[in-house]
Design a binder for this molecule. Structure first.
Ligand code: SF4
Length: 389
């Protein structure tokens, strides 16, 4: 990128001007990662100071049986496959109760598009979960699942959301977004919930008072211009509804065979590599700069590893999800020893060590508890360092 354009973009960011599609593409073309980080960190600090939010949540997948076979997905199973499963309602409640330690505040539930489970199952399971864990917020279902419920129930999304909210639904999840541009989407998504339905369902949820997340699956067969397009669609919708609480760039993962039959289900991994840490940090930075009207950018540390998660906090992210136990969709994706369990203490230390002030939040981003600011790096280095044998 030439120096003139760099100065122009920098001036826009510091003046708080909205960046254009061309600006977004130009930012992705820059190899100056430190510069991108500085700009994104400026914006992130304007919005969120030195705070890093986190919540204590657990993930629950009621079924991995799915009618679709999205090309990047290694989670789905077909009925009758060895490790296909569907939880009975009492089983889901028992599993959730087992997770109810450490003052759990949120259950995150996403599932396959089960071909024969009746619609009634879903509100029923929410009601029973809410009765068993009244203080835990239920963040459940992607827009893709809600569109699936429309098909299997004959009800409208409006009626479906009303019933789910009545049963205890606090928020939708942000999944099913992947990359909205059809040029890419047609090759990776195998259901018919695309931008039109995804945005319709989130806008409806926003009108009903929900705050929802939005995601983007990057680092597969898309190009930077598709990421820019994805974010700009969301930004435009956010101008209308103001209902997105957070944007979550999700790093595409290869299939690290752990299925009962040893079968690799991911059909695009032969054609692509996973995004490098530098590419991930650039994606966080450009997303923070372009998506100027979303309050938070989240790093889902399970997909990045803990070091990149810490660094992402200097590249626009201000929210870490979560304290996940048993995350089934991906695990140790980078083979760097990323754990699949983090407890409150682990998250606090992760945030302090990165130089930020931890703030525990709930599903709607209300503050649950503020913690002390991090000691300065100089102070931390002044402490005797532990020597590992
Ligand atoms: S991504 Fe979701 S909808 Fe697509 S195959 Fe996997 S579980 Fe099914």
């Amino acid at each position: 990128m030439d120096a003139g354009l760099k100065r122009e973009l920098e001036a826009k960011v510091y003046a708080g001007e909205r960046l254009s599609r061309e600006d977004g593409i130009a930012l992705y073309e820059s190899d100056d990662l430190a510069w991108l980080g500085r700009l994104a960190h400026h914006r992130r600090t304007e919005l969120n100071g030195d705070r890093v939010m986190f919540n204590v949540n657990r993930h629950l997948n009621l079924t991995n049986v799915c009618s679709a076979s999205c090309a990047y997905c290694s989670f789905q199973r077909k009925p009758g496959e060895k490790d296909a499963y569907t939880m009975r309602i009492d089983e889901a409640v028992r599993k959730a109760k087992e997770m109810e330690d450490e003052q759990l505040t949120e259950l995150h539930i996403v599932n396959g598009l089960h071909p024969t489970l009746p619609w009634r199952y879903y509100p029923k399971v929410l009601r029973e979960l809410k009765a068993a864990l009244p203080n835990v917020k239920l963040k459940c279902f992607t827009a893709t699942e809600v569109q699936w419920f429309e098909k299997i129930s004959g009800l409208s999304a409006d009626e479906i959301l009303d019933e789910l909210m009545d049963a205890g639904l606090e928020s939708l999840t942000g999944g099913g977004a992947e990359i909205f541009d059809w040029e890419v989407r047609q090759h990776i998504v195998d259901h018919d919930c695309h931008w039109e339905d995804w945005s319709r369902i989130h806008a409806l949820a926003h009108r009903k008072g929900m705050k929802t997340p939005a995601t983007m699956l990057y680092g597969h067969i898309e190009e930077p211009r598709h990421r820019v397009d994805h974010v700009l669609r969301l930004r435009e919708l956010q101008d209308e509804t103001g209902g997105f609480a957070v944007f979550i760039p999700l790093r595409y993962q290869h299939d690290f065979v752990d299925s009962a039959d040893g079968k690799i289900r991911n059909r695009i991994q032969a054609r692509t590599t996973m995004a490098s840490p530098a590419e991930s940090l650039k994606t966080f930075a450009v997303s923070r700069l372009l998506f100027d009207n979303v309050p938070h950018v989240k790093c889902f540390w399970v997909m990045h590893g803990l070091s990149v998660a810490q660094l992402s906090l200097n590249f626009g992210a201000d929210d870490l999800d979560g304290s996940v136990v048993e995350y089934k969709i991906t695990h140790d994706a980078d083979s760097y020893g990323t754990p699949n369990t983090m407890h409150r203490e682990d998250l606090l230390n992760l945030i302090w060590e990165a130089g930020f002030r931890p703030v525990e939040r709930d599903t709607r981003y209300n503050v649950v508890r503020e913690y002390d600011a991090a000691p300065s790096l100089a102070e931390r280095r002044a402490e005797p360092q532990r020597v590992w044998a």
